[in-house]
Design a protein around this ligand. Structure first.
Ligand code: ADP
Ligand code: MG
Ligand code: ZN
Length: 606
């Protein structure tokens, strides 16, 4: 990896931010305080806001990772006001832009935007006005590039902001083809500072964004993505799932606000209908509804006329309702980072909120089928720049890998959910700090520590003997003895280690491999194909770490639940005790009187 990427790997967050950006010594400091208080009506800055503003005002390229609701907008709105010239903001959804413009105009800040939905002559007018106003744009067209070039020669282009920057990466959960062309901005205007912001990105996606946007030596601000007031649970999905949901809401969140994420348009309508029949104030929201219908539902929801929205992922980006008490996934999310972000819409006010995921393997097959027919997927984005068809195959591959990790997450019945999510987002989290706020940590099962060093060695060996150029899901496939056409194509069905993990219970091998990655025995890196610029994720062996494993200096222990009739001596690891599924009752928990301190991210007793 290139030198500017070294701080993008897994690490504890908040430790390494450069102190100098905290200083109040910058020349714009007084203005900064003034605008924050007088124009935006805030008492103080939130974590990293001042630092980001100082860095971008100093002319650096800046990359900001801040949880949803953390206050990213302010970090470019204030610089836009302090700097001379226009700040260009690129944002993926018209609804997001409209929302922001509304707020800015309310605060008497001149702002406007361009989008494919605006009449051509109106666009021309906006372009003419450009030099005198602060503008917001939706799209990137040739006309706009030329306009920007003109502005640049007049030195009136102050800064380029790329909001929801994870949309740049085809490896991410929310790739938008029209974002992929944004790399041209840095090429055309190398001296204009770029500010890229996102609330969700794995290490690979971060690497991808930095490369795709051409950010050189950018300063990275990140903070912990842990949301201590959210409770995470995975529940086996049966055919009485909707009754379970009704019961759960009545017992835990009666008359409170929630979002139920569904896979398809049909599902949304079906779930909404059922819950309505149960007496809940509910509506649905998906990409096949027209703009007016969607705005109507959103308004009903903000005015509390309805409590519950059954929605596809089309609903959510920029939704800013603080008192969402539960987020339920009626089916499998498409990626861990997408799941994390969707859950993140609950409990913005710091109050305890529930995140339930109903999982069945057959939903994986449904998601897989949807991915291979991308046109049927829900999307609100206006595709302005066409993506080259040759890339579609790779995008599909990356998406499949993402879903497979989600399956692993659901099938893991032992490790802390927070730990699993955060590690995926490149952050270390000690499960001890979960304090029983996820299903796995709160189980009253008896556990046994089991030495899995041998399995680990086999997996490492597989990574090595297959040339260190395959993804983790492929390695697991081999280990379990898959005879897929890809396996045959590479002749990997002839390997000695092919299928040695066949006897293991579901989820065991993937837990061991996951552990190897977290503990740095195996490193996950991004491979970029030169021909198409497409990327894939591959595993490589970290030899110095592995040596200590081979020499017996280190052993690997994992904990497993013990069931009554379990027989560990046979070398079999049982996946789960035959007990009733864990259904949380959050109300009965003593932690319900706790609230989250937004500043310190720590739970406090009321
Ligand atoms: P993000 O884009 O990171 O999801 P937003 O920029 O939409 O978050 O901000 C979320 C909310 O937090 C907004 O209502 C905003 O007014 C508020 N906010 C942002 N910064 C501050 C601050 N320093 N003090 C108080 N409220 C703030
Ligand atoms: Mg935002
Ligand atoms: Zn936990």
């Amino acid at each position: 990896t290139s030198p500017q990427l070294k701080h993008l790997n897994i690490e504890y967050t908040d430790g390494s931010i450069d102190k100098k950006w905290k200083d109040a010594e910058f020349p714009w400091n007084q203005k900064l305080e003034f605008y924050n208080k007088e124009v935006f009506g805030n008492h103080s800055f939130r974590r990293n806001q001042r630092e980001v503003i100082n860095a971008t005002m100093s002319g650096c390229d800046v990359f900001v990772l801040m949880p949803t609701g953390g206050g990213k907008s302010l970090t470019y709105q204030i610089p836009a006001l302090i700097s001379t010239g226009v700040t260009l903001v690129i944002s993926p959804l018209v609804s997001l832009i409209e929302d922001q413009i509304m707020h800015l105009l309310q605060a008497n800040i001149p702002a406007t935007f361009l989008s494919a939905s605006i009449e051509w002559c109106e666009q021309q007018e906006i372009l003419r006005d450009l030099n005198s106003k602060t503008c917001k744009y939706k799209l990137l067209s040739d006309v706009l590039i030329r306009q920007l070039e003109m502005m640049n020669t007049h030195r009136s282009l102050a800064r380029i902001v790329i909001d929801e920057a994870h949309c740049v990466s085809q490896w991410g959960h929310d790739f938008r083809p029209d974002y992929q062309g944004l790399g041209i901005l840095k090429q055309k205007f190398p001296s204009i500072p770029v500010l890229a912001l996102t609330a969700t990105a794995t290490a690979s996606v971060r690497e991808d964004i930095v490369q795709a946007l051409g950010l050189k030596d950018c300063i990275v601000f990140r903070q912990s993505f842990n949301r201590p007031n959210l409770w995470y649970t995975v529940i086996p999905k049966t055919n009485k799932c909707l009754d379970d949901i009704d019961k759960f809401i009545n017992e835990n969140h009666f008359d409170e606000c929630g979002i139920i994420y569904c896979l398809s348009r049909m599902d949304c309508e079906k779930v909404a209908e059922k819950l309505q029949a149960c007496g809940h104030k509910v509506s649905f929201y998906h990409g096949s509804m027209d703009h007016r219908q969607r705005t109507f539902v959103q308004k009903q929801w903000s005015k509390n006329e309805i409590n519950i929205i059954c929605a596809t992922v089309a609903f959510g980006m920029g939704i800013n309702k603080p008192n969402v008490r539960f987020v339920i996934h009626h089916s499998l999310p498409k990626s861990i980072e997408g799941y994390h972000q969707e859950c993140g819409r609950a409990g913005r006010d710091g109050q305890q909120s529930s995140c339930l995921l109903y999982y069945t393997y057959s939903d994986y097959i449904r998601v897989k089928n949807m991915l291979s027919r991308p046109n049927e997927q829900d999307s609100c984005s206006f595709v302005y720049m066409q993506v080259t068809p040759s890339r579609t195959g790779k995008v599909l591959e990356a998406n499949l890998e993402n879903v497979l990790r989600m399956v692993d997450y659901c099938e893991n019945n032992a490790d802390c959910r927070r730990h699993l999510q955060l590690v995926h987002l490149g952050e270390k989290f000690d499960p001890k700090n979960c304090l029983g706020t996820c299903d796995n940590c709160s189980k009253s099962w008896t556990w046994i520590e089991k030495d899995v060093t041998n399995l680990a060695k086999q997996l490492v060996d597989l990574v090595k003997t297959t040339g260190q150029r395959h993804s983790s899901s492929y390695i697991l496939e081999l280990y379990k003895g898959s005879l897929s056409h890809v396996v045959k194509k590479y002749g990997h069905d002839g390997l000695i280690l092919h299928g040695v993990g066949k006897h293991l219970a579901k989820g065991v091998a993937s837990r061991v491999l996951h552990h190897l990655v977290v503990q740095d025995f195996v490193v996950e890196s991004v491979k970029r194909s030169d021909t198409y610029g497409s990327i894939s994720s591959i595993l490589k062996v970290n030899q110095s770490r592995v040596d200590s494993l081979l020499s017996g200096k280190e052993t690997i222990m994992l904990r497993f639940p013990i069931s009554d009739k379990d027989d560990f001596e046979n070398g079999r690891y049982e996946s789960a005790p035959a007990k009733a599924p864990y259904v949380p009752n959050f109300r009965s928990n003593s932690d319900k009187n706790k609230t989250l301190d937004i500043k310190t991210n720590v739970l406090q007793t009321k």
